[in-house]
Design a protein around this ligand. Structure first.
Ligand code: MGD
Ligand code: MGD
Ligand code: MO
Length: 662
């Protein structure tokens, strides 16, 4: 984005055409930074909780002295693992590594493993293709067939729709697979609405039809696919009619999808994160990718599996989803970790030693992690909590000390992406308001109180005068400098516009693996992507008459998780949470449009106005995630802390509820 600053205030945000992925510039959320940056609700000073639960302003010296005293005492009395560090996806950049470096210098801490967002899909992709990368965003315009599977790009990847439009203008076909009718499906010629969590069955039925009709790419398979014969035998274990019954979609829809995928090339499957938020999602995602493999839609323009593009993760970190695994052996450090999907329960279960202190930055676990009640209980069981935040979130409200956090305009950093492949400079262009300090400064101030110093500290955490030197040091292995990035976005070194064009797949067999022994060894799942029913929502195995409705909690256009919803510009469009319910399900419960309804299960309850909408599958309800407690929309009160079958993701949508008139 190109930003205008006048008299120290952000006044305009405009497009940067040089970023070919987003030439039309930011969406409403991006534009709303004009309000967010200068919002009167921003936390501008350190705050301390008072005995009555309110917060009052204290000086930085008081705040840091108290935090340092607590850290020292807890480390000395209980060991550093009694200190819990939590960070999530609030902002991205190279400087984020400083926080972990600080705890390492302190002697270690307890962290999290797994991730709330996308690990099941990442790991499924890695197991199958060897690497998480996809064609450049604009290459989608070359596709003749586009399948959006569990992805609502018109809301969550808005820029991608530009390339969908270009493809459609050139005669491409668009299919959407989603239990909800969405803004994305409005553009499609066919919307398939499977029973949630059953997409693996659907994919294997399509594979069966493709193989039966000979609509597969035998040449490509012979050269590039490992395990095709076993896969083909496996898909014959279930008839298309059986699969259609499990997914509850018409057989004709299966046939149409198979006919399109079998006859139109190049085809791109754009997979979202929807169906990888179930307990079976690793296997589901593997089944979906196999469709690209058997139709030879990998390694060509307009073809492929578009899930996550980690080509800018050139600094380590998430490129290899192994980073999500719990450390088997602490690397010489006293490091323990708890599952982020089961955060509340796992925090409470720590015994050697029990957790005493939490440090939260860039995240809002009281709203965004599963099982809010357990998370709250775990935080309240601690003796001390610090939250570094810009706004008074549900998590900040739990803190003993709140430290004011910088915004992305207030400190220079280098950022990557997970859809396009540009590295970008994010220059600090505004002064920090009030008494705000960057995390790097906060950690250095704490370090001096804890007798941590010397070259180790300077290498790990730059002082404000050394920021550019530090960033240049991170860029050096890539033969890049900050100056190179000053003129605009640069493709990450080694990134490709068409991936796997060389047909080199870094899997154990060097091919696309439809059979993966690694899947079995690492995760104990079937080496074949055999479909399984999801955990809680599998009506066949688990039907609980008390909670007959399946609840999805997807993302939404004008907010990012729990961010932006507090801004006036956003409230105009999204004033508050609602529960979307099918007219028949509402009628059966005597609920009218706009009436207050109770949405509940054994874990918790929300009271929300009902939005009656025939676009949602019967038997399903949805509430977008990210509402705040004060708005009455903490959706994770209803979700259980449950991991996905691979890679420790969170099975957010695998969730049953009942709805009654309030
Ligand atoms: N505006 C906006 N954009 C965002 C975000 C945001 O909060 N707001 N967040 C960003 C982040 S961190 C993420 S992870 C992405 C996520 O973006 P998406 O990949 O779009 O993920 P979700 O919103 O979780 O789910 C996508 C769709 O999957 C559907 N779905 C749910 N269950 C199933 C199922 O069993 N099968 C199928 N086929 N579909 C299912 C939902 O109805 C939903 O429409 O968006 C990113 N972009
Ligand atoms: N039920 C349900 N829950 C979900 C999901 C779902 O689909 N359903 N989706 C999940 C997904 S995909 C994701 S990615 C997670 C997101 O989970 P989180 O990352 O916890 O969610 P955010 O709401 O983005 O919270 C980020 C916080 O960081 C703060 N922040 C921003 N910049 C900075 C900074 O520079 N420094 C500091 N200290 N703080 C900063 C923001 O003010 C904000 O409060 O939510 C997950 N939760
Ligand atoms: Mo996410």
């Amino acid at each position: 984005m190109r930003v205008t600053v006048e008299d120290g205030r952000l006044t305009a945000i405009e497009p940067v055409e040089a970023n070919e992925a987003t030439p039309e510039g930011p969406c409403l959320k991006g534009l709303s930074y004009v309000e967010r940056q200068h919002s009167p609700d921003r936390i501008l000073h350190p705050l301390k909780r008072q005995p009555d639960g309110s917060f009052s302003r204290i000086s930085w010296d008081c705040a840091l002295d108290e935090v340092a005293t607590q850290l020292k005492k807890i480390r000395d009395d209980h060991g550093p693992q009694a200190i819990f560090h939590y960070a999530a996806s609030g902002t991205k950049g190279l400087l984020n590594s400083c926080s972990l470096a600080f705890w390492r210098l302190l002697g270690g801490c307890t962290t999290t493993y797994g991730d709330l967002c996308w690990p099941a899909g990442l790991e499924a992709t890695r197991l199958t293709l060897g690497e998480n990368k996809h064609n450049a965003p604009w290459d989608l315009a070359n596709a003749r067939l586009i399948i959006f599977w569990g992805k609502n790009a018109a809301e969550t990847n808005i820029h991608q729709m530009r390339f969908v439009d270009q493809a459609l203008d050139q005669g491409a076909r668009l299919i959407v697979i989603d239990p909800r009718r969405t803004q994305t499906s409005e553009r499609a010629e066919l919307l398939i609405q499977p029973r949630p969590g059953t997409d693996g069955f659907l994919a294997l039925a399509i594979a069966r039809l493709l193989i039966e009709k000979g609509n597969i790419d035998r040449g490509f398979i012979a050269g590039n696919v490992h395990g095709f014969d076993e896969f083909a035998a496996m898909v014959n274990e279930r008839t298309v009619a059986e699969a259609a019954r499990i997914c509850d979609v018409p057989i004709a829809a299966n046939e149409k999808l198979a006919a399109l995928l079998g006859s139109i090339k190049p085809a791109t499957i754009c997979a979202g994160f929807g169906m990888q938020r179930y307990t079976n999602s690793g296997q589901t995602m593997r089944a979906l990718i196999s469709l690209c493999g058997i139709t030879g839609n990998i390694g060509y323009p307009g073809a492929g599996w578009v899930y996550a593009n980690l080509q800018t993760q050139v600094f380590g970190g998430v490129r290899d989803p192994i980073a999500f695994y719990p450390p088997d052996k602490p690397d010489g450090q006293v490091r323990v970790s708890v599952s982020t999907a089961r955060l509340g329960r796992d925090m409470q279960a720590q015994t050697g030693p029990p957790l005493k202190f939490a440090w939260v930055e860039r995240g809002n676990p009281l709203a965004q992690n599963p099982e809010t009640h357990a998370v709250r209980k775990a935080f309240r069981a601690l003796s001390f909590r610090v939250v570094v935040e810009q706004f008074m979130t549900d998590t900040a409200r739990e803190a003993d000390i709140i430290l004011p956090a910088k915004s992305m305009f207030e400190q220079t950093d280098v950022i990557g992406a997970y859809w396009h492949h540009y590295l970008q400079l994010r220059p600090g262009i505004l002064d920090m308001p009030g008494e705000v300090r960057a995390e790097t400064e906060i950690f250095r101030a704490l370090a001096s109180r804890l007798d941590i110093g010397g070259p180790d500290l300077d290498i790990a955490i730059p002082g404000s005068g050394d920021l550019e030197t530090w960033l240049n040091r991170q860029l050096a292995p890539l033969d890049l400098t900050l100056d190179d990035l000053k003129d605009g976005p640069l493709p990450a070194p080694g990134s490709e516009n068409v991936v796997f064009a060389d047909r080199k797949f870094p899997t154990p067999s060097g091919r696309i693996e439809l059979v993966s022994s690694e899947a079995k060894e690492r995760w104990g799942i079937d080496p074949l992507p055999r479909a399984q029913l999801p955990g809680e929502t599998a009506a066949e195995v688990n039907h609980d008459p008390a909670t007959p409705l399946q609840m999805m909690t997807p993302n939404t256009k004008n907010r990012i998780h729990s961010q932006f919803g507090n801004l006036d510009i956003i409230k105009q469009f999204d004033p508050g949470p609602e529960v979307t319910i099918h007219p028949n399900d509402a009628a059966a419960r005597g609920i009218e449009h706009g009436e207050l309804a109770r949405v509940f299960n054994k874990r918790g309850e929300l009271q929300l106005p009902a939005r009656i909408d025939a676009g949602i599958r019967r038997g399903c309800v949805s509430v977008t995630n990210g509402w705040w407690g004060e708005q009455g929309g903490l959706v994770n009160k209803l979700s259980e802390g449950r991991e996905t079958d691979v890679a420790h993701g969170a099975a957010f949508h695998d969730n049953l509820v009942e709805v009654k008139k309030a």
